[in-house]
Design a binder for this molecule. Structure first.
Ligand SMILES: Nc1ncnc2c1ncn2[C@@H]1O[C@H](COP(=O)(O)OP(=O)(O)OP(=O)(O)O)[C@@H](O)[C@H]1O
Ligand SMILES: [Mg+2]
Length: 270
């Protein structure tokens, strides 16, 4: 289902991104000169402590940095600059070329509607399926691809009838419905138990391998970063202090801050 990126372009390319949130007393520089790329089938994990700017990067990639935010630099999806694109282009891109999974799936799901119709609506809005019947036929497969074990029942359920893990999988099915080139996931497993966490992270791995989906994952969880593999960019105070393969960065940190993060985590485990 996924389209290949234009030749010569990474799927996502972020260059010298700076985001300021103007406040009453002072302006907060949430992101300060961040650059990275993510290619087809690759994963980049933004790792860092609370307030380091991870969510601000993720939201800016979705061109949703917040009303008052001042953004400079560039965010390119294939050949399209998302920071200068118009609202019409962006609404075609969001949901279709970029899928978004948040920590709390409640925001992605309409509490008043069953899961199935929510999925068919997205499929029809982005013209993935013509007509209700064709869209409906795709729903069980989408839910199964998101790791739902009883897709027919889940499709007939309202969000409040699902467990937390099922809700998150329904939200993932929604994010994946249109076969996006890029999946942005912000702490998608923080609210889930350890077993379900691992299953969701492994699901992202399969999407990368089977569909070539690029993944931008935000987490403060070193174990999650390790499980996803790929590359890690360690953030602190809005900057990337270190970047490299997850395996190397987490076992042999090249920056004292990363070493501190790893040590704190190991202490918490003792
Ligand atoms: N809409 C906003 N208005 C003003 N300041 C903001 C806004 N969003 C974020 N900030 C500030 O920007 C900084 C980075 O916040 P961000 O949410 O990106 O951090 P984070 O790394 O995602 O943290 P966490 O792990 O707690 O989710 C923080 O100092 C935060 O207070
Ligand atoms: Mg955050």
């Amino acid at each position: 289902m996924s389209r290949l990126p234009q030749s010569g372009h990474p799927v996502l390319s972020v260059e010298n991104l700076t985001v300021d949130h103007p406040g009453r007393d002072r302006t907060v520089r949430a992101v300060d000169g961040v650059s990275f790329t993510v290619g087809a089938g690759e994963a980049l994990v933004l790792l860092g402590e609370s307030g380091s700017g991870k969510t601000t990067v993720a939201r800016t990639v979705l061109a949703l940095p917040g009303r008052a935010a001042r953004v400079t630099g560039s965010v390119r999806l294939g050949g399209t600059d998302l920071l200068t694109a118009g609202e019409r282009t962006l609404s075609r891109i969001r949901g279709r070329r970029v899928g978004y999974v948040a920590q709390d799936p409640t925001g992605a799901l309409d509490p008043l509607r069953r899961i199935g119709p929510q999925l068919t609506e997205v499929l029809r809005r982005h013209r993935i399926a013509d007509g209700r019947r064709a869209a409906r036929a795709l729903v069980p497969g989408l839910l199964a691809a998101a790791g739902v074990s009883d897709p027919e029942r889940i499709a007939r359920s309202h969000p409040h009838e699902l467990s937390g893990g099922q809700r998150q999988r329904a939200a993932i099915a929604l994010a994946l419905a249109c076969g996006p080139e890029l999946l942005v996931a912000d702490e998608p497993t923080t609210a889930l138990d350890v077993l379900v966490q691992a299953q969701v992270l492994d699901l992202f791995g399969r999407l990368r391998a089977e569909r070539g989906t690029a993944l931008l994952l935000v987490t403060h969880d070193l174990e999650a970063a390790r499980r996803v593999g790929g590359r890690v960019a360690v953030m602190r105070d809005g900057r990337v202090v270190e970047t490299g393969p997850a395996e190397r960065v987490l076992s042999r940190p090249g920056h004292s801050f990363t070493a501190e993060l790893v040590a704190t985590r190991q202490e918490a485990h003792r």
